[in-house]
Design a protein around this ligand. Structure first.
Ligand SMILES: NC(=O)c1ccc[n+]([C@@H]2O[C@H](COP(=O)([O-])OP(=O)(O)OC[C@H]3O[C@@H](n4cnc5c(N)ncnc54)[C@H](O)[C@@H]3O)[C@@H](O)[C@H]2O)c1
Length: 438
C-alpha cells in the first residue's frame, strides 16, 4: 500500500514525514520546484519545531519527494490533497489550487488502471468535495467515482508550532464519505497509524467539511470572548484577565485553551475560515451575527493597542516604535494574517518609525515592508533609542527581558499585549492588555 500526498506545506509535509517515519511508503508531491529541492536536501521550507528530525528520518526510510503527479496517481492507493485553500481578494475561499491539483489527478487517472481513494484534507466549504472536486476529476479522467476512483473528506485540525505532536496524536480523525468500502479502507489506514486509542468519526462529506469550519469558528469565538472581557478589565484597577481565564477555564463546560487574551487571532486558518463561513452563510440566507461580532471584536484589539500608544506618546509621526514578535504565534515563522503585520501597516500609515525583531519570522516579513522598516539583528539592538516597545508574540526570549535591557530606550514605555512581563518589577512605564490600570 502506497500513500501519495499532494501539497507539501505545513499540513502535507508534516503528514508525509510522520507517515513515513512510522514505516508507511509515501510519495510527497508539490508543484513548487524550489520546495522539492529544499525538502530533498533535508531542509525545511518553513520553521516548525520537531519537523526537521521527522523529515530526516522519513527521507532515510520510505519518503520519496517528487514533482511528478503522474507518479503519485500511478502508484498510490490513497492520495491525500493538502494544497492551500487561501482567502481570495473578496475574502471568500480560493479553490483554484485545489481545482488545479484535482484536474491534474484526473488527467493522470486516464492512463492508469489504479483506482485510488482521493482524500481531501484541505479545508473546504460544505459540498466542495461532491459538487466541485468530484465532477472535476470525473470530467478530466473520463471515469466515474466508485469505479475509477473514490473520494473522501478528512479535515485536518493540527496547530502550527505543534504539528508533529498533533499529527502523531490528533484529538479526533473525521472521515466524510458514504462509499462504505473506501471509508473502511481509510479507517483501517488510520487504525494502523494510530492504534485503537484515537477517536475515529465517520459521517457524510458535507458534515465533515462543516465540522472544520464550526471548529475554527468556535476557537475564534473563544479568543474574541476573552479579548472582549479583557478590554472591560482594562478599566477596573487591579483586575487580572489571566486569573479570570484560569477561573473560568477549570469549568469543564468551558475549558482553559484559547482563553489567552492578546492582540487578537491571526494565522493561516482562523481569519480566513471565519470570513469564508460568514460569506458562505450569507449565500444561504443565514445571518451570521455572532461570527461577525467575533471578527469585529478581533479588529478592536489592534485599535486598542494604537489607542494606548497614542494616549501615551501623543502624535506618533516620526516616533520610534519597536515591535517584538512578527509571527502569529510563538515557535512559528508564519506571518499569514499575523496581528503584528496589521499593526505595523497602521503604524506606517501614521508615519511612525518602526524597528522589528522576531526569532524566526524576519525573512518572511522582509518582502512585505522591504526598507520601510528596520530589521534588528538582536533583541537588544531593537530597543536602542526607541520610544515605545510593543510585545506582540510571546516568544520565550521576550519573557526574559529585564530592567537593564531597557536602558538604551529613549523613553521606557512598554506595551505588553501578552502580559509576559507583568510579574516582573520593571523600572519602566508598563501597560499590559487585560490588567486593570490605576
Ligand atoms: N496550516 C495549518 O495550521 C492548517 C491546519 C489545519 C488545516 N489547514 C488547511 O490545510 C490546507 C493546507 O494548508 P497549509 O498551511 O499546509 O498550506 P501551505 O500553503 O503551507 O502549503 C500548500 C502547498 O501546496 C502546494 N500546492 C499548491 N498547488 C499545488 C498543486 N496544484 N499541486 C501540488 N502542490 C500544490 C504549494 O506549493 C504548497 O507547498 C489548507 O486548506 C488549510 O486551510 C491548515
Amino acid at each position: 500500500m502506497k500513500i501519495g500526498i499532494i501539497g507539501l506545506g505545513v499540513v502535507g509535509l508534516s503528514f508525509a514525514s510522520v507517515l513515513s517515519s512510522k514505516g508507511f511508503p509515501v510519495i510527497g508531491m508539490d508543484s513548487d520546484g524550489k520546495k522539492i529541492e529544499q525538502i530533498n536536501s533535508k531542509k525545511l521550507p518553513f520553521f516548525e519545531p520537531k519537523l526537521k528530525l521527522f523529515l530526516k528520518n522519513a527521507l532515510s526510510k520510505s519518503l520519496e519527494i517528487s514533482s511528478d503527479i503522474d507518479k503519485v496517481v500511478r502508484n498510490c492507493d490513497f492520495i491525500f490533497l493538502t494544497v492551500g485553500t487561501p482567502k481570495s481578494k473578496s475574502g471568500y475561499i480560493d479553490l483554484s489550487m485545489l481545482k488545479k491539483a484535482s484536474k491534474n489527478i484526473g488527467i493522470s487517472l486516464r492512463h492508469t488502471t489504479k483506482k485510488p481513494i482521493i482524500v481531501i484534507k484541505s479545508t473546504v466549504v460544505p459540498n466542495t468535495t461532491t459538487k466541485v472536486i468530484k465532477p472535476l476529476i470525473e470530467k478530466a479522467s473520463g471515469k466515474k467515482t466508485g469505479k475509477g476512483f473514490d473520494i473522501l473528506t478528512n479535515p485536518e485540525f493540527l496547530r502550527e508550532s505543534n504539528v508533529i505532536d498533533d499529527t502523531l496524536k490528533p484529538h479526533l480523525v473525521v472521515i466524510g464519505g458514504i462509499e462504505k468500502n473506501s471509508v473502511n479502507k481509510l479507517k483501517k489506514l488510520y487504525r494502523k497509524l494510530y492504534g485503537p486509542r484515537i477517536k475515529l468519526m465517520t459521517t457524510n462529506t458535507q458534515t465533515a467539511e462543516m465540522i472544520k469550519y464550526a471548529n475554527n469558528s468556535f476557537l475564534a469565538t473563544k479568543i474574541s470572548f476573552i479579548n472582549q472581557i479583557s478590554l472591560l478589565c482594562q478599566s477596573i484597577p487591579g483586575i487580572n484577565i489571566d486569573d479570570i481565564a484560569e477561573g473560568i477555564g477549570v469549568d469543564p463546560r468551558i475549558g482553559r485553551s484559547f482563553l489567552n487574551a492578546g492582540p487578537g487571532y491571526g494565522g493561516s486558518c482562523l481569519p480566513k475560515d471565519l470570513e469564508t463561513i460568514i460569506q458562505f452563510s450569507s449565500k444561504f440566507g443565514s445571518n451570521p451575527l455572532l461570527l461577525r461580532a467575533v471578527q469585529q471584536t478581533n479588529d478592536l484589539q489592534i485599535k486598542y493597542i494604537i489607542h494606548l500608544l497614542e494616549k501615551n506618546l501623543g502624535n506618533i509621526t516620526n516616533k520610534h516604535i519597536t515591535v517584538l514578535g512578527l509571527s502569529f504565534k510563538e515557535n512559528s515563522g508564519d506571518i499569514r494574517e499575523s496581528r503584528s503585520i496589521e499593526l505595523i501597516k497602521i503604524l506606517l500609515k501614521k508615519k511612525a518609525k518602526i524597528t522589528v525583531h522576531d526569532p524566526k519570522a524576519m525573512k518572511n516579513t522582509e518582502p512585505i515592508f522591504k526598507n520601510q522598516i528596520v530589521y534588528a539583528n538582536t533583541l537588544l539592538q531593537s530597543l536602542d533609542n526607541c520610544q515605545c516597545v510593543i510585545i506582540m508574540t510571546p516568544w520565550k526570549i521576550y519573557t526574559k527581558l529585564k530592567n537593564s535591557d531597557f536602558k538604551n530606550m529613549k523613553r521606557k514605555l512598554v506595551i505588553d499585549t501578552r502580559r509576559i512581563l507583568s510579574r516582573k518589577n520593571l523600572n519602566v512605564e508598563y501597560f499590559a492588555l487585560g490588567l486593570g490600570t490605576n
